[in-house]
Design a protein around this ligand. Structure first.
Ligand code: ATP
Length: 257
């Protein structure tokens, strides 16, 4: 397995997180955490369960407020913009949920149309159809257009979930455990899809995962959330070949156990 090339640190930043603090009551989840997402890269975020990865994502899209620190996404300071501006910004950031979050009572076509009908009402029926077809082609599932989610496999549902997120052409994609619950072959297909999306749509992405094969295959960079911050950042090999005591258990669990 070949690692992907690491991002040029001179690249433009599409997300800049500086000195982030977030606690729930006395429980400090993030402490002086800093992390950047560069334009066009896939950044893998690794961390033990309950360390605050979902909290981080929620802060980025303004669903949770940090106690202090600054988050700039696509040039906008999340905690300073108005609510309508925040809603507009969220449309530029696609969030692919862990459970795919498809509507079971709608066909694949209707699931894909839904974000457009809700957010881009000015689109004609022909434009909507063209976008649905483009997205299904992008995820390799054109033939499922009239099927119900219950007729799809777990891997296919993930793909349709990604297609539905992509249909608004977001500049940033947030993937929450994209390979969770999938077999290794289907996981590899999802990894390839994440890379195809990066190439075809020039998205920048944060990929939250516990799956190191996924991390290695899709990540231009890896950041580990340890002790409430992201002190460990680098290429996959930089993180996992140096015998780091916090990183090693992830590696051992995924590749040796
Ligand atoms: N709204 C909330 N109120 C109180 N505590 C919360 C809230 N949201 C998250 N937490 C706590 O913050 C910590 C981090 O949660 P988070 O969901 O971000 O973990 P995670 O790293 O995404 O875990 P996993 O890998 O299991 O999904 C947990 O201890 C969780 O209980």
């Amino acid at each position: 397995m070949i690692s992907k090339s690491i991002t040029n640190p001179q690249s433009e930043k599409v997300i800049e997180i500086k000195g982030l603090n977030k606690a729930f009551g006395a429980y400090q989840v993030l402490e002086n955490a800093s992390l950047d997402l560069y334009k066009g890269e896939n950044l893998v975020v690794l961390g033990k369960s309950g360390t605050g990865k979902s909290v981080l994502i929620k802060i980025i899209v303004g669903l949770l407020s940090p106690d202090s620190g600054s988050v700039i996404a696509l040039g906008q300071k999340i905690d300073e913009i108005s609510y309508p501006e925040l809603l507009k910004l969220r449309l530029r950031i696609g969030f692919s949920f862990q459970n795919s979050a498809l509507y079971d009572s709608m066909t694949v076509r209707e699931n894909l149309e839904f974000p457009l009908v809700r957010n881009e009402r000015n689109k004609s029926k022909t434009e909507v159809n063209a976008l649905v077809e483009e997205m299904l082609d992008a995820v390799g599932l054109s033939q499922t257009i009239n099927q119900m989610p219950s007729e799809l496999s777990g891997g296919q549902r993930k793909r349709i979930g990604i297609a539905r997120t992509l249909i608004l052409k977001p500049e940033i994609m947030l993937y929450d455990e994209p390979t969770a619950g999938l077999d290794p072959i289907t996981s590899k297909e999802i990894n390839k899809l994440i890379n195809d999306v990066q190439e075809r749509y020039h998205t920048s992405a944060i990929v939250i995962t516990h799956d190191l094969t996924c991390a290695k295959e899709v990540g231009n960079r890896v950041a580990m959330l340890v002790d409430r911050r992201f002190d460990r950042q680098g290429s996959f090999d930089e993180i996992f070949t140096t015998g780091d005591k916090q990183a090693q258990p992830f590696f051992d669990y995924n590749f040796i156990q």
